[in-house]
Design a protein around this ligand. Structure first.
Ligand SMILES: [Zn+2]
Length: 339
């Protein structure tokens, strides 16, 4: 994540000086360029489509509160999210989810590999290039040579834009559990399927955790908005509206890449609103404990909460709603420490 630092010293500085009017403001401050790009992107889309997506985006993670796990004492943030594809914060959360979902499969793979394929650069519209690449990749992995050598895989789509040639460059990256495959043979097959594209990279992976984390970001978004010129954003929106951008097959089939409510959802209980806690970090012991447990991956005792504040101040804006109200809400998730 941009502007983030794993240094404890920095985190402690944040803990001492933090006061944010919402969780969203806190997240925006850690990645201002990307957050701003998403806002501009949906304003542009709304003006073209006569839609109201900006409003959803604006509300994303603005209502948030700290929750404590009744068994471990760990603290996380529960937040209402928008789940728009180009929302930067939803993307970060999705990347985190996909990484965790695939980690056991990839780190336990017998022979982890990374395969990348791309097609010849053309001036074709983006949607037809993507259709062609997807179709070719499906044929490719169904060839006997690949079927015989690949136990399973997960594919991600990425697109970059070359401003000089004004062309899109679509790629597919695939994490594989696969035996050795001759590069020349792979290139020949790909060239035949695509009528002339020869770019195939394959390598063994010695650091599956790192490779997975790096590639899982494409499951969140096929391109970083800040790297695409604004006048191409409508093309990007249209090309990916409702389109799958990742998938699994073979031994990885069955791993869900769609964020869902965690199994232990009923073990998390609210201890205070994000705004209340962050504004009282310097003056209230409970707020300080909650904030530090969250930002330093620590724990808090049962009974540490902000009820003493809410008791006297009914207007404290972000008092958590009753549990049964947010428990059934399908769009809450549990955000881990973002540092
Ligand atoms: Zn969002």
């Amino acid at each position: 994540m941009e502007n983030s630092s794993p240094l404890v010293q920095d985190i402690e500085t944040t803990a001492r000086t933090s006061s944010f009017h919402s969780f969203r403001a806190f997240l925006d401050a850690r990645a201002p360029g990307s957050a701003q790009a998403a806002t501009q992107f949906y304003q542009l889309i709304d003006s073209i489509e006569q839609s109201e997506k900006s409003k959803l985006l604006e509300e994303c993670r603005s209502r948030a509160w700290f929750v404590r796990n009744e068994e471990t004492g760990a603290v996380r943030v529960a937040a209402k999210q928008c789940r728009l594809r180009w929302c930067f914060h939803c993307g970060e959360s999705r990347q985190q989810f996909v990484t965790q979902a695939l980690m056991p499969w990839y780190t336990e793979a017998k022979a982890p590999k990374l395969l990348t394929v791309t097609i010849k650069h053309t001036d074709e519209p983006l949607p037809s290039q993507i259709d062609f690449l997807y179709d070719s990749f499906r044929k490719f992995r169904n060839r006997k040579f690949l079927k015989d050598n690949i136990d399973g895989g997960v594919w991600f789509f990425q697109v970059t834009y070359n401003q000089k040639s004004e062309q899109w460059h679509p790629h597919i990256h695939a994490l594989l559990d696969a035996s050795f495959m001759d590069h020349q043979k792979l290139m020949e097959l790909w060239e035949k399927i695509t009528n002339g594209s020869t770019i195939v990279h394959i390598r063994s992976v010695n650091d599956p955790e790192h490779t997975l984390t790096h590639n899982a970001r494409y499951a969140a978004r096929p391109s970083a908005l800040v790297k695409i010129p604004e006048d191409r954003w409508p093309d990007l929106f249209e090309a990916f509206d409702g389109r799958r951008i990742c998938g699994t097959w073979g031994s990885a089939r069955g791993i869900s890449l769609r964020p869902q409510k965690p199994d232990d959802a009923n073990k998390w209980h609210d201890v205070g609103g994000f705004t209340t806690v962050s504004s009282l970090v310097d003056t209230d012991d409970s707020a300080k404990s909650i904030w530090e447990a969250w930002s330093l991956s620590g724990t808090i005792e049962e009974g540490v909460n902000m009820d003493h504040i809410y008791k006297f101040d009914d207007d404290a804006g972000d008092k958590p709603p009753p549990k049964d109200e947010w428990d059934i809400e399908p769009y809450f998730d549990y955000v881990g420490n973002p540092f």
